[in-house]
Design a protein around this ligand. Structure first.
Ligand SMILES: Nc1ncnc2c1ncn2[C@@H]1O[C@H](COP(=O)(O)OP(=O)(O)OP(=O)(O)O)[C@@H](O)[C@H]1O
Ligand SMILES: [Mg+2]
Length: 676
C-alpha cells in the first residue's frame, strides 16, 4: 500500500519536474539534445550493421570461388543483393572483376537481368580509389527509377593473388530506412563524406545521389569534428540540426528538426505533462483520501479500543477488513487484549483465592491466638499453682512447727486449768463453806470461836485457812503468769502463721483494683504507717521527689498493693540498718522521670546483700532472717505486684557493709488517664 503511494507520488514528482524543466529551460537546448541523442544512437546502430557486413565481405571474398557456398550465404542474408570482387589492373584506374554473385530472387523481384544490373552499375561507378585510400567506403548505387541500393566497398588482400583487391556488396536499404524510421519531429538521413545522400526516406532524393545543401550537412562534411549540433536556416525555416560520423565507410548520420515544429511539440509535451500531472495529482489525492480513510478508520478503531483497554474493558476486539499492516496490528491488538483479559481473569481468580486463604489463615491465626492466650492463662495458672505448691511445700513445716508448739502449750494450759478445778477450788470451797456454816449457826461469835480452834500442827484454823488461801492465790497467780506467757506465745505463733498465709494469699491473688494514681501517694502512706518504727530507730528519711508536676508521676495500679510493696522494701531497709547496727540509719527515697519511665530509688545504709545472695533474693521463701523475723516472701510478692502494673524491680547497687539501692520503675501514664 505504502509502496503504491510512493510510486504514484514519485511519478507525479518526476512529471512535474519535467514539466517545470520544459518551462524553465531553453527549449532549443532540449530539442538539440533530442536531436543529438537520435543521431548518436542511430550512428552507433549503423556502425554495428556496417561492421557486420565488412566481416561478411571478408568471408565472401575467401569463399567466392565456390558458387554453391556463396548462394547459401545469400539465402541466409536477405539484405544482401550482390557480391563482386575486383582486382586492380596494370593501370591503377583499371579494375577487373574477378567474380560476381547475385541474389537472384531480388533481381527477379525487380525484373532485372544480370546485364542490366551491370549497366546500372556503370551509372554509379565503384569508388575504387576511395576504397583503397580509406579501406572501406559506403556509396549510393541507387539509380532513378531503380531499386534503392547502398553499397559497401572494402579494400583487401586476397590469399595467393597479387595486387590490390576491392570487394563490393550491394545491400538493400530497407534495414537502414527502418532504423531511421519514426524519429518523431526529427528527420534523419545519411550522407557520405561529400554530403551526397546515401540513405533517405525520400526515394527520389536517394535516387538522385545529389548533395544536400544545408548548413548542418556542410558542417558535417567540412568539420574535422565527428559530432556537432547546429541551429540554421534552410528553405526559409529555422532548423535545429546535429550530425555524427559513423566510423565505417565515411558515412555521416544527419538529424534535423524544424524549430517551430520542435517548439510546438515541446509545448504540447508541456501541456500533456501538465495534464498528466494534474491527473496524477487528482488520482493521488483520491488514492490518498481513500488510503487515509482506510488507514485512519482502523487506526481510530485501534485508538478507541486502546482507550477502552486502558479503562479496563478487555473483552473488545477490533475487526479490520484490509490485509495490510493495520490488519496485522489489529490482530496483534486483539491477541494482546485477549491475553490481558485472560491474565486479568486469572489474576482475579488468584486474588479471590488469596483472599480466601488470607481469611482462612486469619481465622486460623485468631483461633491460634485464642488458644495461645488460653494456654498462656493456663500456664500462668499452672505456674502460679506450681509456685503456690512449691511455696506450700516449702512453708508447710514453717506453719506446722508453730502449730505443734501451740498445741503443746495449749495442752499444758488445759492441764493447768483442770488442776485448778481439782485441788485449789476444793480447798477454797471447804474454807468458804465452813466459814459460811459457822456464821449461819452462831453468828460472828461462833465463827470466831471456830476459827480460834487449834488444828493439826498447833496452828489455829484461821491461820491455816489463810495460809491455804495464800498458797492457792500464789499458785493461781503463777498459773495465770504461765497462761499469759502461753497466750503471748500462741499469739506470736499465730501472727507468724497468719503472715505466712497472708503471703501465700498475696502470691495467689490476681490483682487489686487498678486506678491512675500519683506514685508519691502510696510512698507517703507507707512512710506514715511505719513512722513509729522509723522514729524509734532514729532513722533519717530523705525524700528526693521529682520536681515535675504531680500528674507526671501517674501510674495505673492499686494503692493498697503499692503500700504493700513499699512497706516490704522499707521493712527490709529498716531490718538491714538494724542488722548493720548503724548509729545513724538513713533511708533515701528518690523519684525521677526518664524516657517514659517513673523511677523510684530506695537506698539504705544497711548491711548490703552478700554477692552469693543477690541472685536469690526475689525467690519466694528465700530469707537470711530468723523464723520470727521473716518469711522470705516480701520481695517475690513485691516483684509480682510491680510487674502486674507494667513495672519492674531490680537491685541497682548493693555493697556488703555499705548499703543497698533498689530501683522500682513504672511506665508513665498520660495526664488524661490520670485525671480520668
Ligand atoms: N535492704 C536490704 N538490705 C540487705 N538485705 C536485704 C534487703 N532487702 C532484702 N534483703 C535480703 O533479701 C532477703 C529476702 O527478702 P524478703 O523481703 O523477700 O524476705 P524477708 O524480708 O527475709 O522476709 P519477709 O519479707 O517475709 O519479712 C532478706 O532475707 C535479706 O537477706
Ligand atoms: Mg522482707
Amino acid at each position: 500500500m505504502l509502496l503504491i503511494m510512493a510510486c504514484v507520488l514519485g511519478a507525479t514528482a518526476a512529471y512535474l519536474g519535467l514539466a517545470i524543466r520544459l518551462f524553465k529551460d531553453d527549449k532549443t537546448q532540449l530539442v538539440y539534445e533530442l536531436n543529438a541523442g537520435t543521431v548518436k544512437t542511430l550512428s552507433a546502430e549503423v556502425e554495428a550493421v556496417l561492421l557486420k557486413y565488412v566481416d561478411k565481405v571478408k568471408l565472401l571474398t575467401q569463399g567466392h570461388q565456390s558458387a554453391d557456398w556463396t548462394t547459401t550465404v545469400f539465402e541466409n542474408e536477405p539484405d544482401l543483393i550482390a557480391f563482386s570482387l575486383y582486382r586492380q589492373g596494370e593501370q591503377p584506374s583499371q579494375w577487373e572483376r574477378l567474380s560476381s554473385v547475385r541474389n537472384k530472387d531480388y533481381l527477379k523481384l525487380y525484373g532485372l537481368s544480370a546485364t542490366e544490373v551491370d549497366k546500372l552499375r556503370e551509372a554509379r561507378p565503384i569508388p575504387f580509389a576511395k576504397a583503397l585510400a580509406k579501406g572501406q567506403v559506403v556509396f549510393n548505387s541507387t539509380v532513378p527509377g531503380g531499386a534503392p541500393i547502398l553499397s559497401l566497398a572494402v579494400a583487401m588482400d586476397v590469399k595467393g593473388r597479387a595486387g590490390a583487391h576491392v570487394a563490393v556488396v550491394d545491400l538493400k536499404v530497407d534495414r537502414f530506412l527502418k532504423m531511421m524510421g519514426d524519429r518523431g519531429i526529427v528527420s534523419v538521413f545519411m550522407v557520405d563524406d561529400e554530403g551526397k545522400v546515401l540513405v533517405h526516406s525520400d526515394a527520389a532524393l536517394m535516387a538522385s545521389n545529389s548533395q544536400v545543401d544545408n548548413e548542418i550537412v556542410r558542417q558535417a562534411v567540412d568539420s574535422p569534428v565527428g559530432f556537432q549540433m547546429k541551429r540554421f536556416e534552410w528553405k526559409e525555416t529555422r532548423w535545429l540540426g546535429a550530425y555524427q560520423n559513423v566510423k565505417v565507410g565515411g558515412l555521416i548520420v544527419i538529424g534535423q528538426a524544424e524549430e517551430e515544429t520542435a517548439f510546438l511539440a515541446a509545448k504540447k509535451l508541456i501541456q500533456k505533462s501538465l495534464l498528466f500531472a494534474a491527473i496524477i495529482v487528482t488520482v493521488s489525492l483520491l488514492i490518498s483520501g481513500w488510503q487515509a480513510g482506510t488507514f485512519t478508520q482502523p487506526l481510530n478503531k485501534l485508538v478507541e479500543a486502546t482507550e477502552k483497554l486502558k479503562e479496563g474493558e478487555f473483552s473488545q476486539s477490533i475487526h479490520v477488513d484490509t490485509k495490510d499492516e493495520i490488519a496485522r496490528l489489529a490482530t496483534a491488538f486483539n491477541t494482546m487484549a485477549t491475553d490481558i483479559q485472560r491474565q486479568q481473569t486469572e489474576l482475579k481468580a488468584s486474588k479471590a483465592d488469596l483472599e480466601i486463604k488470607v481469611k482462612e489463615r486469619t481465622s486460623a491465626l485468631e483461633a491460634q491466638k485464642t488458644k495461645a492466650s488460653e494456654a498462656q492463662d493456663a500456664l500462668l495458672r499452672t505456674t502460679r499453682l506450681a509456685a503456690l505448691g512449691e511455696l506450700a511445700g516449702a512453708t508447710a513445716h514453717e506453719v506446722l512447727n508453730p502449730l505443734n508448739n501451740m498445741n503443746i502449750r495449749v495442752e499444758k494450759m488445759k492441764k493447768r486449768l483442770s488442776q485448778i478445778d481439782a485441788n485449789n477450788l476444793e480447798v477454797m470451797h471447804q474454807i468458804v463453806d465452813g466459814w459460811k456454816k459457822s456464821y449461819a449457826e452462831g453468828g460472828w461469835d461462833l465463827l470466831q470461836k471456830e476459827l480460834s480452834k487449834t488444828v493439826d500442827g498447833g496452828k489455829k484454823l484461821l491461820e491455816e485457812d489463810l495460809d491455804n488461801l495464800a498458797t492457792i492465790s500464789r499458785e493461781e497467780k503463777k498459773k495465770l503468769k504461765d497462761d499469759q506467757d502461753d497466750v503471748d506465745f500462741l499469739i506470736k505463733e499465730m501472727t507468724r502463721i497468719s503472715r505466712m498465709v497472708n503471703g501465700m494469699r498475696s502470691l495467689s491473688r490476681v490483682g487489686g483494683e487498678r486506678k491512675p494514681l500519683d506514685i508519691h501517694v502510696p510512698i507517703e502512706d507507707t512512710l506514715a504507717a511505719l513512722s513509729d518504727l522509723i522514729e524509734k530507730r532514729k532513722i533519717t528519711v530523705i525524700k528526693e521527689f521529682g520536681a515535675e508536676a504531680k500528674d507526671s508521676y501517674v501510674i495505673t495500679g492499686d494503692r493498697d498493693e503499692l503500700v504493700q510493696v513499699f512497706s516490704n522494701l522499707l521493712r527490709n531497709a529498716l531490718h538491714a540498718i538494724d542488722a548493720a547496727k548503724r548509729r545513724s540509719g538513713e533511708i533515701r527515697i528518690a523519684t525521677k522521670l526518664t524516657q517514659g519511665r517513673i523511677e523510684i530509688r530506695l537506698t539504705d545504709n544497711g548491711t548490703g546483700i552478700a554477692a552469693q545472695h543477690v541472685a536469690k533474693v526475689f525467690e519466694p521463701t528465700f530469707t537470711t532472717k530468723s523464723v520470727e523475723e521473716g518469711t522470705g516472701l516480701g520481695l517475690s510478692i513485691s516483684r509480682r505486684l510491680i510487674r502486674a502494673f507494667g513495672g519492674e524491680i531490680e537491685i541497682e547497687t548493693t555493697t556488703a557493709g555499705v548499703g543497698t539501692t533498689f530501683l522500682v520503675w513504672f511506665p508513665v501514664q498520660s495526664a488524661a488517664k490520670a485525671s480520668g
